[in-house]
Design a protein around this ligand. Structure first.
Ligand SMILES: *[C@@H]1O[C@H](CO)[C@@H](O)[C@H](O)[C@H]1NC(C)=O
Ligand SMILES: *[C@@H]1O[C@H](CO)[C@@H](O)[C@H](O)[C@H]1NC(C)=O
Ligand SMILES: *[C@@H]1O[C@H](CO)[C@@H](O)[C@H](O)[C@H]1NC(C)=O
Length: 387
């Protein structure tokens, strides 16, 4: 009889989700520990101290937790799912989430985060989803998500991001879903997105896109993503005024025709001046990073053509020099011969009219002399050798 009662009581308890391991203020159903909406009844530490170490699923949302102290979760290394949304978190420490190397899902949405420590997520090697929606993030460190190799979904919507660092998504080969909705992005470099090779869904709505020439690479990338069967929401332009409200994806390239002379000009001028592409300017930096093979081949062709041209030019100069020297020597010899003729052979020759071929010789000599002079000048001031 007693055993039947205790069994039914246990069943009742488990049905109501009450277990002996559950903190008094929380609700535990199965392996899910829900400590949300506590009305400031408990501090985060006092709750966590009551949790069994093997807790896997923890919700701490809708409280007024202002911070996560270093090592707060260090005894909960079994956690797979952690929800800290709807708090007033404004301070996180680099080791706030250390030890959570099994964590799969982390929700930090609807807090007051303005910036994130650089290494905040560096130990979350198993993380597949990170939600940072609805915070006040203005910028992110280039290495913010470094090491999150398993990350599949990244939600950065409804923040104040003005720009995305170029290397932000480097190493996130498994990322399939990215939201940047509702930020302050005016421009986005194609090369920031390219490292995420598996990206299939990208959401860019609600940003003040500046559809200038600089956004053309993004347009091409979006078109390519759509072509591969990916999903892209609308990218509505805020500026320039003639494109206001237009979706970047649907604007015909004809509208960007004015961009091309500019583009070609800047490229060829940097080639002609022989400057190495300056590493500092972001635009060029990008081009160097993910240059397609065809472009690299084109560059190689230019170099080879340059070398061949150079060799040909050097040969031409050598030949011309040789020709000039020969012409000068020949002219000199001719002159000496003429002098010799006129001084030594005159007495021997009886009255003789200046012969036709002698005249011709004279003309030839003069011509050769002129040629030599010209050559000498040419050698002194060779026309610019441009390759
Ligand atoms: C946690 O450990 C307790 C025993 O210490 C066990 O009864 C419980 O099932 C474990 N929970 C999970 C989710 O592994
Ligand atoms: C982790 O557990 C140890 C031993 O029970 C305890 O002394 C320590 O305070 C706990 N740490 C945290 C952050 O709760
Ligand atoms: C848009 O980009 C162009 C070119 O970078 C710049 O000159 C212009 O000022 C930008 N307009 C706005 C509204 O940011």
């Amino acid at each position: 009889m007693f055993s039947v009662v205790s069994t039914s009581l246990l069943t009742l308890f488990s049905l109501c989700g009450i277990s002996t391991n559950c903190p008094s203020v929380c609700t535990c159903i199965g392996n899910q520990t829900d400590c949300s909406d506590l009305n400031q009844l408990a501090s985060m530490d006092s709750i966590l101290n009551q949790l069994p170490y093997n807790t896997t699923f923890l919700t701490l949302s809708t409280n007024n937790f202002p911070a996560v102290e270093p090592g707060t979760f260090s005894n909960l290394s079994s956690l797979l799912h952690l929800d800290l949304s709807r708090n007033i978190l404004s301070t996180l420490h680099p080791s706030s989430f250390s030890q959570l190397n099994k964590l799969d899902f982390l929700d930090l949405s609807e807090n007051l985060l303005v910036e994130l420590p650089v290494n905040l997520f560096s130990e979350l090697r198993s993380l597949t989803e990170l939600v940072l929606r609805d915070n006040r993030l203005k910028e992110l460190n280039p290495g913010q998500f470094k090491g999150l190799m398993e990350l599949k979904r990244l939600d950065l919507s409804s923040n104040s991001l003005c720009c995305l660092p170029m290397y932000l998504l480097d190493g996130l080969q498994n990322l399939v879903w990215l939201s940047l909705v509702g930020n302050k992005l005016r421009t986005l470099q194609r090369t920031s997105l390219e490292p995420a090779t598996d990206l299939q869904h990208i959401l860019l709505e609600g940003n003040p896109w500046n559809c200038s020439c600089k956004l053309i690479p993004l347009k091409h990338w979006l078109e390519w993503t759509l072509y591969r069967g990916g999903h892209v929401d609308s990218v509505n332009c805020s500026s320039p005024t003639n494109l206001y409200g237009k979706d970047l994806r649907n604007i015909p390239m004809e509208m960007f025709r004015h961009c091309y002379p500019l583009y070609l000009e800047t490229r060829s001028s940097s080639f002609a001046e022989g400057h190495p592409v300056t590493a500092g300017s972001p635009g060029d930096c990008i081009r160097q990073r993910y240059r397609p093979v065809s472009v690299r081949r084109a560059a190689a062709t230019v170099v080879v053509a340059g070398v061949v041209c150079g060799v040909v030019c050097v040969l031409m100069v050598v030949t011309a020099t040789y020709g000039c020297i020969y012409a000068m020597l020949a002219a000199h010899e001719q002159q000496q011969l003429m002098h010799g003729n006129s001084q030594q052979q005159q007495p021997l020759i009886v009255v003789k009219e200046p012969e036709q071929d002698e005249k011709e010789d004279l003309v030839a000599t003069i011509a050769k002399e002129e040629e030599a002079l010209e050559c000498a000048e040419w050698m002194a001031f060779p026309p610019e050798v441009s390759v």
